[in-house]
Design a protein around this ligand. Sequence first.
Ligand SMILES: Cc1cc2nc3c(=O)[nH]c(=O)nc-3n(C[C@H](O)[C@H](O)[C@H](O)COP(=O)(O)OP(=O)(O)OC[C@H]3O[C@@H](n4cnc5c(N)ncnc54)[C@H](O)[C@@H]3O)c2cc1C
Length: 365
Amino acid sequence: MTEYDVVVIGGGSAGLNTAINCSRAGLNVAVVEEHGKIGFPRHCSGLYSTRFLSLMPVRDEYYEHEVSGARFHPPSGKTIELARKERVAFVINRELLDGYLGKLTKEAGANVISNARVSDLSTEPGATCVTTDKGVLTTKLICGADGSNSFVRRKLGIEPPNKLHGIMAITSEQDYSDCVDLYFDNRLYPGFFAWKIPRGKTIEYGIAGEIGPNNVQNFNSFLAKFSVTKYELSSGVIPFGFQKSYADKILLVGDAAAQVKPLTGGGVIYGAICAQAAAQVFAEAVQKNRLDEKFLSRYQNLWRGRIGKGIARGLLIRKIYGGMPNSVIDASFALMNNNITKNIFENYGDMEFILERRPHQAVAE
Ligand SMILES: Cc1cc2nc3c(=O)[nH]c(=O)nc-3n(C[C@H](O)[C@H](O)[C@H](O)COP(=O)(O)OP(=O)(O)OC[C@H]3O[C@@H](n4cnc5c(N)ncnc54)[C@H](O)[C@@H]3O)c2cc1C
């Protein structure tokens, strides 16, 4: 029976990026994905800052649109537009992107096993294995990249510090406008915001908030505001906050490790950055035959060194924002509504300009 170096559980972007990097480092890798088609079903807006270009392979067919800024709608209704002359973010078809990453994963030499749900795993000495619908895989190491409701994470008894419920509706209206619209109101969208994204041939309306019926009700009210009645619905849990991401023979990557921007709920770029760190540590662990928790803990330091500041700043801003009454939100946006802020954004702003600016290595085609 084949013994893999790494079995990656979950064929989303974080798992596939980890598998590509591990395979290219010479490891023998399998990816196990419960769905039949990589990338489906849809569970992401696919709005990524231009940093995306330095992290993912770029293909024309998965671009839907691009935007150059945002219109902020505070409770007062006094809209502020911050835009650059060039694009600051891409609207990407995430399903096609993941499908393409799946193709690159196979080309890199990994065995991609789809339609196979993982139901158990063991890290016992001499019997490290992953049990799937399609049989048992023997391996040295395991990567839990199985998303926000990660089985691997739960098996380790780890809980993400915070969770939001993101819901999105895509309609068949066309919208090629230049800005995303962000709606802030701590009574209507408590602790987060609602959004409207021009996707070219379609429009997306979305909201994120505390898990529960209120969030669904707030989402329905948001749709009613735009008289939206016909749409394609998707939703998912968004974990965020600092969380342990290693154990004996196991690393967690992507949403499974809550590697998500606390301010926007975006996890694809952080997941890709951490996938590189995970692959580096997996390769070192195999080379040195150090599969223990102590050795693997270097992964946590590595990814925190790359995205930790961004997460910490995001958590702080979220905490302050979450406690603001609408009157203070209005006053804060009023302060931003001046030529100095607009000039700074016009000349230097990117989608994450407050948080970080650090280049990373791309997953080459
Ligand atoms: C409404 C919404 C909008 C969002 N918009 C954005 C955005 O615009 N930009 C952004 O960067 N992020 C966005 N996110 C967050 C983003 O979707 C996640 O951060 C990202 O998908 C995480 O990637 P991942 O590979 O870690 O997990 P996933 O993409 O969830 O992949 C996990 C994979 O594991 C598989 N899996 C799970 N359990 C098992 C099992 N037991 N056996 C086998 N396979 C299994 C799943 O089928 C899935 O394919 C959004 C999230 C939501 C909910």
